[in-house]
Ligand binder design. Structure first.
Ligand SMILES: [Zn+2]
Ligand SMILES: [Zn+2]
Length: 309
C-alpha cells in the first residue's frame, strides 16, 4: 500500500505504528488466551437463532426483519460506515451521518467503532503476514470467526492506529458502551413485535429473528470477507497479500467481496472496478453524493487495472 492510498491522519497513525520501539508487542493474538465473554456471546446468539425453530415465535413480519436489518446493520453500518467511512475515509460527510452509520454498525455486534477500525487497519498494515489479526494462513476458521474469541493484548496498537477516531467523544462512547444501543434496539423490536402480533411469544420472535438470526447471518457473511476473500477468487492487482475478488462474497456483503481491488486501492470508495463487479455500497455512496449528504468521494484509479488478470 502506498501512502497516497491513506488519509493523512491514518498515514500519521501508521507512521507511529511503524516507529513503535517494540513492533511485535501485542499483535500475537494467534494462540492467545480464550475470551470466555466473546465465546459466550457467540454461543448465546447462535443458540438464540436456533430458537427461531419454536413455531409460536414465527411470523412473516419477524422473518422480514432479517434481510431488512442485514442491509441496515451490515450494509450501511459495517460496509459503508465502519469500513469505507471510518476506516478508510473514502468520502467525507457530516457528523450526523457519521454518527448514524456508526450507531448502525454497533448493532451488528462486531465490537465498537474504534476496536473494529483498529483491527481492520492492523489487517491492512500486516495483510497475510505473521501479525495479521485474521489471516487464513493461520487457519480458515480462524480468519472466519474464531480469531474473535481470543483475548487481545493488542489494545495499545489499536489505540495507536485509531487516534483520529479517539478525538470524537460519541464514537468513544459507542466503543465503550456498545451493549447499550444493542439492548435498546432489542427492546424496541420486542415492543414493535408485541404491537404487531399482540402476544409475548410473537414479540420474542421479533427479537429472535431481528437480533439473533440476523446477527448470525451478518457475522458469517462478514467473516467470508476475511476468510474466502483471502482464499478463493481472481486478482485484478498484484498486491503483496493473498486478497482475492470473489463474486459470491461480494453479493453477500454489499460489494465487499471485491477484496483484491480494495487491498490495491484502499481509499477508493468503489470496490467493484470492472463492469460485472457489482458493488451496492458504491451505488449507495453515489446516491448519497447526489443527495448532497456526502462529498470528497475518492474515485478508483481504473487505469491501474492489470489487463492480464
Ligand atoms: Zn483483507
Ligand atoms: Zn479495508
Amino acid at each position: 500500500m502506498t501512502d497516497s492510498n491513506r488519509s493523512p491522519s491514518a498515514a500519521a497513525d501508521f507512521a507511529r505504528l511503524v516507529a513503535d520501539p517494540d513492533p511485535l508487542a501485542g499483535l500475537a493474538v494467534v494462540g492467545g488466551r480464550v475470551s470466555w465473554r466473546a465465546v459466550m456471546t457467540i454461543l448465546v446468539i447462535h443458540v438464540g437463532a436456533l430458537a427461531a425453530l419454536i413455531p409460536s415465535t414465527f411470523s412473516w413480519g419477524a422473518v422480514a426483519l432479517v434481510p431488512l436489518l442485514w442491509w441496515i446493520t451490515g450494509g450501511l453500518g459495517i460496509c459503508l460506515g465502519y469500513h469505507r467511512l471510518l476506516t478508510h475515509r473514502s468520502f467525507r460527510t457530516s457528523k450526523f451521518v457519521e454518527w448514524t452509520l456508526a450507531t448502525l454498525g454497533v448493532l451488528s455486534m462486531q465490537s465498537g467503532p474504534l476496536h473494529w477500525v483498529g483491527i481492520h487497519r492492523l489487517h491492512h498494515a500486516e495483510s497475510d503476514g505473521e501479525h495479521d489479526p485474521h489471516s487464513p494462513r493461520h487457519g480458515f476458521m480462524w480468519s472466519h470467526l474464531t480469531w474473535g474469541t481470543r483475548r487481545r493484548s493488542d489494545g495499545r496498537r489499536i489505540r495507536a492506529v485509531t487516534l483520529d477516531l479517539a478525538r470524537d467523544p460519541y464514537l468513544c462512547w459507542l466503543d465503550r458502551s456498545a451493549r447499550v444501543p444493542q439492548l435498546a434496539f432489542a427492546a424496541l423490536l420486542f415492543g414493535i413485535g408485541f404491537g404487531v402480533t399482540g402476544t409475548g411469544m410473537g414479540a420474542l420472535g421479533y427479537v429472535i429473528w431481528g437480533v439473533c438470526v440476523r446477527t448470525v447471518f451478518v457475522w458469517h457473511m462478514q467473516g467470508f470477507v476475511n476468510s474466502a476473500g483471502h482464499t478463493w477468487g481472481y486478482r485484478n492487482f498484484r498486491t503483496d497479500d493473498e486478497s482475492r475478488n470473489n463474486w459470491w462474497v461480494a453479493l453477500l456483503t454489499f460489494g465487499e467481496g471485491w477484496h483484491n481491488n480494495h487491498h490495491a486501492q484502499q481509499r477508493s470508495a468503489a470496490h467493484g472496478m470492472r463492469w460485472w463487479e457489482v458493488d451496492p455500497t458504491w451505488w449507495t455512496i453515489l446516491l448519497l453524493e447526489r443527495l448532497g449528504l456526502v462529498h470528497s468521494v475518492v474515485r478508483p484509479k481504473l487505469d491501474r487495472l492489470d489487463p492480464h488478470r
